[in-house]
Design a protein around this ligand. Structure first.
Ligand SMILES: [Zn+2]
Length: 348
């Protein structure tokens, strides 16, 4: 059976909208709401939220003897104000796993607990070459040596507090989204690219008048980057979970920006063999360009469910993303392949 046509304009629009919606882990509600508003357009889905804040959509299938779920995460890397320095600048604590040098010089927004925003940038505390010479090169990029310079006239902690900034306020780094020649370059393609693919798959099935083969839960996670996103939020009779998350591209990796990948093993060990085999067969049957890969420093939301005691088959697929947890990039080819794979799974 040929796959349903994918609306590429929709896929791209949803992705760009999501990328430009700030959603660090712990403060991902805007991206959850954005996703919910789009899913609300599809009448077959019934939407709800978990108490933890994840978005869950129930989609009745032709059968319901082996219910399925797909998960992708809307939360991203980010930071929180750890300390207000005596010079009025901010010391941060990271949210999620990344290196400071990947965001050095990036613009950022502080979301104050009072509901305001303050712009600034993330810099080395000894940033000027004309003042600090070789230290700009030599200084280790660690928490104590990085600071936010606010775009406001402040030079004391009290002046910064007067802007409404306090310890615990969330800090969001500019995604810098750019589309060129089919490439999508942005921060946080992990995992907004996969949320967009999931939505495009839902649209394709709806427009074709198709129902999933099994009753399916679409789970948009909001705590993945800290390791426990999809630990909850599924029906008790769930039989299998396909995690949709980025594939790790780089030296020694099979994945690339033009294919979807299936991960057969990552830091959490092997995924479910039979479910992975079925997904590979589906990719073969539908001519979906895919790679089989192993991710050396990686954990997924599917494993979060396993670690929480979930007795379900779990597999992991997703588009190749270059320079992950850095200034990332993928290509529409990988997004289309991932979307087609989701469609093939849903109707199989
Ligand atoms: Zn991810």
């Amino acid at each position: 059976m040929p796959l349903s046509a994918i609306d590429l304009v929709f896929l791209e629009d949803v992705l760009v909208g999501l990328l430009n919606t700030p959603s660090p882990t712990g403060y991902a509600q805007r991206a959850i709401e954005y996703t919910g508003n789009i899913l609300a357009q599809f009448p077959a889905l019934s939407l709800s939220h978990t108490r933890k804040g994840a978005l869950v959509a129930n989609w009745p299938g032709r059968a319901s003897d082996a219910p399925r779920a797909l998960t992708a995460h809307a939360d991203t890397l980010g930071a929180m104000v750890k300390e207000i320095k005596s010079n009025g600048r901010l010391k941060l604590t990271k949210i999620g796993g990344f290196a400071w040098n990947t965001i050095e010089g990036e613009g950022c927004t502080v979301f104050t607990h009072q509901g305001g925003t303050v712009r600034g940038s993330l810099l080395l505390s000894k940033a000027s070459s004309h003042v600090h010479g070789s230290q700009v090169n030599d200084l280790k990029r660690e928490d104590d040596n990085m600071e936010v310079r606010l775009d406001a006239r402040v030079n004391s902690a009290d002046q910064t507090r007067a802007l409404g900034i306090e310890i615990g306020d969330f800090v969001v780094f500019d995604p810098r989204v750019e589309l060129t020649n089919g490439f999508v370059r942005s921060r946080h393609l992990d995992d907004k690219a996969c949320v967009a693919c999931m939505l495009a798959a839902v649209k394709a099935l709806h427009e074709a008048g198709l129902q999933p083969a099994q009753t399916t839960t679409l789970h948009i996670s909001n705590y993945e980057e800290v390791g426990h996103g999809a630990a909850s939020g599924f029906p008790p009779d769930l039989a299998e979970l396909v995690t949709v998350d980025m594939a790790a591209v780089g030296e020694g990796q099979a994945s690339d920006e033009f294919h979807a990948s299936i991960c057969v093993k990552d830091s959490g060990g092997p995924y479910h063999y039979e479910l992975s085999q079925r997904l590979r067969s589906l990719a073969e049957a539908h001519n979906i360009p895919y790679k089989v890969d192993i991710y050396p420093y990686y954990g997924s939301d599917g494993e979060a469910l396993w670690r929480a005691g979930g007795d379900v088959a779990v597999a992991l697929i997703g588009p190749g993303v270059d320079a992950s947890h850095n200034y990332e990039r993928t290509h529409m080819d990988a997004l289309v392949a991932t979307t087609n794979w989701i469609v093939a799974y849903l109707v199989s």
